[in-house]
Design a protein around this ligand. Sequence first.
Ligand code: FAD
Length: 386
Amino acid sequence: MIFQVREYTMTGQLVDVVVVGAGVVGCAIARAITTAFPMASVAVLERHSAPGTETSTSNSGVIHSGIHLPPDSMKARFAQIGAKVVPEYCRARDIPHRVSGMHIVAASRDVFYLPRELANLRSLRQNARACGITIAMRTPWHVQRHEPAIRCLMGIWIPSVVIVDSGALVHALVDDAADHGAVFLFNHDVLSIVCDGPVYSVETTGSTLRARVVVNAAGLGAAHLSDLAGLAHPDIVYIRGEYYEVIDAALRESVRGLVYPVYRPQHPGLGIHLTPTIDGRLLLGPNAVPLASIEDRLLHRTPPEVFVQAVKPFFPACRAAHLRYAYDGIRTTIVHGPSSSDFYLALERRNPWFVNCLGIESPGLTASFGIASAVREMIAPALLRS
Ligand SMILES: Cc1cc2nc3c(=O)[nH]c(=O)nc-3n(C[C@H](O)[C@H](O)[C@H](O)COP(=O)(O)OP(=O)(O)OC[C@H]3O[C@@H](n4cnc5c(N)ncnc54)[C@H](O)[C@@H]3O)c2cc1C
């Protein structure tokens, strides 16, 4: 796709809304505001020279059903919205996507783990019922008929799950928002945010803008941005997820859809899974490695044997020689107590208005439309007044 948006400076200009971050969340927010409030002026500030170059394109590209999430969480609510709306949007905008379906399998041969895995499958089934997600329980025979390369003792099949070209999704959101009047300012790294009476003065490496409302959708930079504005926020941790790609053609073609292990709640992430991509690759990943700082990602690569070991119970034909390192992605998760972590969306201050979007980890790609609607509702009073 050839991508074009306007690029210029806006020093001194007053805009209604500044959105910081042109990832999938910031772009969805810009689109939601400009379509609902055509008179509002919106500028999106992005430190890179193109949209969606960080976490939004370093993920599994799965539009999740929400089955793994507590039904009363924001994540579950927004995932359910996304599971319906994102595929519709992809169809309408010709964004490459495919209904691949997802198997979640219990495959442990360990007598200690297998009963727990089966119990976790049952609780996923209850969760699906509570969330209204259509699933089917699968015997090994059913699973193998659909996925001959996969071994398991029991599985759940979610037929509606979609994989998407996440880069194309971000670009379509940018096009939509720009068509409705949003201005995208690339190479604009936000350096300071200062309250100046009824507005914010937002200084960047490009322009210095004045804004009635600031929306912080800066992904990995969101906590820092909140600090810049002098606003308290919950603690976050960075978690890195690496992917390997299957380079053996026969093995790659032996898998048709998404295959996830049944997760163990005490483990971070959903477990290393098999993800066919829109461009015909098969990925193994992500793992979940906590990082002390983002720069630490450069220090270490997890060896392929770790990934082979993780998928061995359900994908036994896979060997380290079949794999090549693909990429990694980093998410931020809110530090939480015993309950599972949720997104943090908060109107931190009125007059001038500031909204924080923090801890937008998986399923943030799926949830982006729901997050965007929620942020639009939060700031609507400010826009209706101006
Ligand atoms: C390994 C992995 C796998 C995942 N898999 C899935 C999945 O299958 N399905 C799913 O739904 N979700 C998935 N997710 C989650 C999903 O990718 C994220 O929730 C989503 O991409 C977050 O989007 P974002 O716009 O908040 O962040 P980003 O895409 O990181 O965008 C933030 C933007 O802000 C910019 N920025 C930061 N600081 C500044 C600054 N000071 N000035 C200007 N710009 C700034 C950055 O350059 C960046 O472009 C996964 C995440 C990971 C890490």
